[in-house]
Design a protein around this ligand. Structure first.
Ligand code: PAF
Length: 281
């Protein structure tokens, strides 16, 4: 497994490996959610790369950039064991050298939900994903459905800028009790960890209401609100029932495919999760 630390090195590796290539972009501290994407990339491509880069531009000034969990050695070991061919592991200065001033903004689909609560987040994600795709030049790039809005922002970005890459979505991987895997779960105290199951339970309530024929978006939202409200350690940031493609909030009846998503705080820890109603996104 080769480790490349600059865009130039990464592109040279790519030129020397003219085969179908899958990329799994990550911010490290790998868990089964990431590894399932890497396995899929390995199965679907002749070669596979992963990137590890904690991207400062997608964190707001009061967010968790400084304490974001890191385990470079453990990450590299796991990627090596899986059989990944190359890891792109740039330093911040290699991605954003002095004088850096270019950003990629995806409009409509970035607004609201995470974009409403985290104003600079998707500008940072769109910028770094564009740069990672330019450096690695994969045929396919793998992202998890857990970050549902991110997935839609990246699909829009790739379509709008004619980027020559297929975006592949991997299903959310969950702990035994239903909590979606996330590097941020590591911040939770044991009490908060037990309470955090409320996200997936609330989403399951929306799914079962929908299966029972409930189509009114506000009824689905209030079911989620009530369940999160009953958990004393949880503070709901938002709940959304939105059109699955545009992420425009649905008022009235759910007619097509909808994404139900929520963000919940447990003290300083903020977790997100989502499900799709109707058919698969
Ligand atoms: O989902 C993530 O880990 C990050 O947002 C990504 C896509 C690697 C960009 O930094």
């Amino acid at each position: 497994m080769e480790i490349l630390t600059t865009p130039e090195e990464m592109r040279a590796w790519r030129r020397a490996h003219p085969v179908s290539l899958g990329l799994t972009p990550t911010m490290g501290y790998l868990h089964e959610g990431h590894l399932s994407l890497v396995r899929r990339s390995l199965a679907e491509n002749e070669a596979s790369a992963a990137s590890i880069f904690v991207n400062p531009t997608q964190f707001g000034p009061n967010e968790d950039l400084d304490r974001y969990p890191r385990d470079e050695e453990g990450d590299l070991r796991q990627l090596r064991e899986l059989g990944v061919n190359a890891v792109y592991l740039p330093a911040v200065e290699a991605v954003y050298p002095e004088g850096y001033q270019t950003y990629v903004t995806v409009e409509g689909v970035s607004q609201g939900l995470e974009g409403g609560s985290r104003p600079v987040h998707f500008r940072g994600v769109a910028t770094v994903v564009t740069k990672l795709l330019n450096a690695v030049q994969p045929d396919r790039a793998y992202f998890g459905r857990k970050d549902g809005q991110q997935l839609r922002v990246i699909r829009r970005l790739v379509r709008d800028l004619d980027l020559p890459v297929e975006i592949v979505a991997g299903d959310t991987v969950r702990e035994a009790d239903g909590l979606a895997m996330s590097s941020r779960n590591a911040y939770l105290t044991p009490e908060q960890r037990a309470a955090a199951v409320v996200l997936s339970r609330a989403l399951r309530r929306a799914e079962s209401q929908f299966a029972d024929g409930v189509r009114n978006a506000e009824s689905l939202r209030s079911g989620v609100r009530a369940m999160v409200g009953a958990e004393p350690l949880a503070e709901l940031d938002y709940v959304s029932v939105a059109d699955s493609e545009t992420l425009a909030e649905i008022e009235g009846e759910v007619a097509g495919v909808a994404m139900v998503s929520l963000a919940v705080r447990f003290g300083a820890v903020r977790l997100i999760d989502n499900v799709t109603l109707g058919e698969d996104a």
